[in-house]
Design a protein around this ligand. Sequence first.
Ligand SMILES: Nc1ncnc2c1ncn2[C@@H]1O[C@H](COP(=O)(O)OP(=O)(O)OP(=O)(O)O)[C@@H](O)[C@H]1O
Length: 289
Amino acid sequence: MNNILEVSGINKNYDDFSLKDISFYLPEGCITGFVGINGAGKTTTLRSILGLTNNVSGKINFFGMDIKGNESEIKDRIGIVLDDGCFYDELTISEMKSVIAPAYKNWCEQDFIDYLERFELNPKQKINTLSKGMRMKYALALALSHKAELLIMDEPTSGLDPLVRSQLLDILKDYMNKDGKGVFFSTHITSDLDKIADMLIMIDSGQIVFQEEKDQLLDSYRIIKGSAEKLNSDTRKMFLCTEESAFNFTGITKQASVVMECMQDVLIERPTIEDIMLANVERRKKNVI
Ligand SMILES: Nc1ncnc2c1ncn2[C@@H]1O[C@H](COP(=O)(O)OP(=O)(O)OP(=O)(O)O)[C@@H](O)[C@H]1O
C-alpha cells in the first residue's frame, strides 16, 4: 500500500506551545482520524503540513513529492476543509465558487452541482445566511469538486447535529469507494471515528502518542473493573490510569492478560476510542509528559 502523505520530524514553536518532532503517515485507501483533546495541537499540525503557517521545520511528502517545490501540484490534488472556511460572507454560494474554482486544474462543475443538490444547498443563497452545518457542507462540496485524491478536514463534525454528522460520514464512505483516495480528519468527537476510521493518530501536548490501525488499537486495551482491595502499589502500575472509590476501581490497561493472572473476579470490558484517548492523556499527565 502506498502512502499518500508522509510527515517526518515536524517542529513548530509558538510562545506557549510547540509541535515536537511530529511524524506520521497516511496510507492510501484509509480514513485516518486525528484525535486529541482541546489544545493538543491538531489544527497547528494540519496548518503546518498544508504550508499555512511559517517557520515549520521537518519533511512533508504528499503523493511521493516534497511539498517544497511542488506546492501547486499538490494543492490541486488535495481537498481542504478548515473550520474558518475563508469565504467572503457577502457573496452567494455560486459567486464564491466562481472565485475558488479557477484555482483548480481539475475543477468539475457537474460534481459541484451534484453535491449542492445532495446537500440541499441553494446556489443563490448568501454565505452569511448559511447555518454552521450548511457552511460545512458547502466547504465539503468545494473540496470534493476538483477530483481531490486526499481530503484533509479540521474538526468537520464539531457543532453539527447528529443527522448532518451521519450524512457527512456517509459522504466520506462514498468518497472512499473510489480507488487511491485518502481522508485525514481531526476531531475530538471520537464516536464518529468508531464508525468510519481505519487508522488513528493521537496527539497530546504537541507530541504524537500513537499511530495504529483502529481495530488493533481497540484490541490492545481493556477496561478492568473490580473491588478496590485488589489495587496496591504494584498492581496499580499495570494500568494507564484508574478511577478509585472506597469499594471499587475502574482501570484501563494494555496488559489485560497479566492483570487477569494477578486478579480474579474482575470485570473485563472493551474500551471505546474515547476511553483510550483519555487514558493516554491521564498517563502522560501522571508521568509529567
Ligand atoms: N497563532 C498562534 N499563536 C500562538 N499560539 C497558538 C497559535 N495557534 C495556536 N496556538 C496555540 O497552540 C496550541 C494548540 O492549538 P491547536 O489549535 O493546534 O489545538 P487543537 O488540538 O486543534 O485544539 P481544538 O480541539 O481546541 O481545536 C494552543 O495552546 C493554542 O493556544
